[in-house]
Design a protein around this ligand. Structure first.
Ligand code: SF4
Ligand code: SF4
Length: 514
């Protein structure tokens, strides 16, 4: 039986209190941008199988039109963010940890912003769960907190698993990112509507809206929306801002005091966690029949003249965002997509915004610690104290160095969320997360080799079985033939004997006196 989250708020293990830099990007409302000259829309901007373009160069498309189909599971559709002409379909660099060019659809906007026809829904309560799921799926929604897992698949899996609690994740634990905070302030009704839709779809007992204790304005905005929409099932909970409290596993621990099993998901303990921007996208899809082709992006850091949040069309070049935030401040030395701890480095500001891009961070030399020489581990245990996944970071490090990947696996490296807490605290300046990246890629390679070896063994065994089968069948045929010959021979002998007996009888009769 699952443990229901109660009134009591718990604490997750470890974590760090970090200095926040969110205020600088929250001074102005979310702004829209002028249309860029071209949009580079990645075909695969979700976690899962690569999609398939359904347009060709020269096609004219409308805003919201499907341009790439989900070609596998998990998959997500991709839509045109505005009207225009498909200029090309080619490999282009996109923000990605491996920096490998990916298939992209290049769209030249025509400035008319003409849209496909929509079929809005006035009362989502009249729709069946399958109809709600269908709208979410058609809209190509992925998790907007960074993981970009296709939402329809995640929700459907939670429905099959039977969950009791829906958690709306409004915690943005990385120190610079404020896009969700601004969305909660400016569009709380949309998020609460999305939460009501998911609540109906999943039939959960509870809906908990989880925000940080420093988000004062957000709580008021959400509370008002809850009252206006009569969404009394939704409970807003404020918790201490301790990095990385926005992680799904950490949220579950805070709400239940229990843990997600190693290698498992929150649904294993009856909880579905959804990012707030994703939930707003669900409301757009269900109520307005609006696919996901834009998102809010925080553009910030000491390297940006006018940090703020922007509502951006997917495929917009990052340089376009920076230009409309007053350009660069002097001394930018590093660009990052995401936060300073878990973000990925940006090689160029010409890369396009994807569904995963929640923040563009420009750091100056003053923000970056000069590289320190790596020293031997002194086994101080600080990394163990701060690890939110309750791992043994120093032991992982030792065994990765020793290439003892069997032990690394037993120490549950796969549960490391790469939060960087151990890295930050280590007095020996050991780049622990880099070791864990390496360890994980080795484990993946070994797993792939194991799968290949298993497949080869299975192929060999089935060939051997087939050969044995053929041999057995041939032997059986030979035996049957032999038996047939033997039967023929004995039948012939019997006939000959009968003929001989008959001849003998006739001879005896002929010789008998009359
Ligand atoms: S914090 Fe660094 S030095 Fe201390 S035990 Fe962990 S790895 Fe070793
Ligand atoms: S990076 Fe991994 S090992 Fe280090 S503290 Fe975070 S979860 Fe623990």
């Amino acid at each position: 039986m699952h443990h229901l989250p109660g009134e009591q708020i718990h604490h997750f293990h470890g974590g760090l209190r970090l200095r926040h830099h969110k205020k600088i990007s929250c001074q102005d409302p979310i702004a829209r941008l002028p249309m860029p000259e071209r949009l580079v829309i990645a075909v695969n901007q979700h976690a899962g199988a690569t999609g398939r373009p359904v347009v060709k160069p020269g096609y004219r498309v409308l805003k919201g039109e499907l341009i790439a189909e989900a070609a596998g599971v998990p998959g997500a559709r991709v839509h045109a963010p505005t009207s225009g002409i498909i200029f090309a379909i080619q490999d282009e660099a996109i923000p990605h940890p491996l920096c490998i060019p990916q298939p992209c659809i290049i769209l030249q906007p025509d400035g008319r912003d003409e849209s496909v026809a929509h079929e809005p829904v006035w009362d989502f309560r009249q729709l069946e769960p399958e109809q709600l799921l269908g709208r979410i799926n058609r809209a190509g929604i992925t998790g907007l907190g960074g993981a970009v897992f296709p939402t329809a698949i995640k929700v459907n899996a939670a429905r099959d698993a039977g969950i009791h609690t829906l958690v709306l994740n409004g915690a943005e634990c990385e120190p610079y990112i404020s896009c969700d905070e601004m969305l909660m302030r400016e569009d709380p009704q949309r998020i609460i509507q999305g939460a009501q839709i998911l609540h109906q779809l999943l039939g959960t007992k509870r809906v908990i809206f989880y925000i940080e204790d420093q988000m004062g304005a957000v709580k008021l905005a959400l509370q008002t929306a809850v009252e206006d929409l009569k969404a009394s099932a939704i409970r807003i909970v404020r918790v201490s801002t301790i990095y990385p409290e926005g992680g799904e596993r950490q949220l579950v621990q805070v709400l239940t005091g229990g843990e997600v099993p190693s290698g498992g998901f929150p649904t294993d303990v009856g909880i579905l966690v959804q990012n707030v921007a994703t939930v707003a996208a669900v409301a757009d899809a269900v109520l307005d029949d609006m696919p996901l082709f834009q998102r809010v992006v925080t553009v910030t850091g000491d390297g940006i003249n006018h940090p703020r949040n922007l509502r951006v069309l997917i495929g917009t070049p990052i340089s376009h965002l920076v230009r409309h935030c007053g350009g660069y401040h002097e001394g930018v030395t590093r660009m990052v997509m995401g936060g300073p701890l878990m973000g990925i480095p940006l090689q160029s500001d010409e890369l396009p915004v994807t569904k995963a891009c929640n923040c563009v961070l420009a750091l100056t030399e003053a923000n970056i610690q000069p590289p320190q020489a790596e020293m031997p581990c002194i086994n101080c245990g600080e990394c163990v104290r701060v690890c939110p996944a309750q791992l043994l970071p120093q032991e992982l490090y030792w065994h990765i160095r020793a290439k003892d990947f069997k032990t690394v696996k037993q120490l549950n490296l796969a549960d490391c969320i790469e939060c960087g807490c151990c890295d930050l605290i280590c007095p020996s300046h050991i780049p622990l997360v880099e070791y864990y990246h390496y360890g994980k890629s080795e484990l993946r390679t070994q797993a792939a080799e194991h799968v290949n070896a298993e497949a080869a063994r299975n192929r060999y065994e089935s060939r051997e079985t087939r050969l044995q089968q053929v041999k057995i069948e041939q032997r059986e045929q030979r035996e049957a033939k032999k038996k047939l010959l033997a039967d023929d021979r004995s039948r012939k002998q019997a006939i000959e004997a009968a003929v001989a007996r008959s001849k003998a009888r006739k001879l005896r009769r002929d010789q008998e006196p009359e």
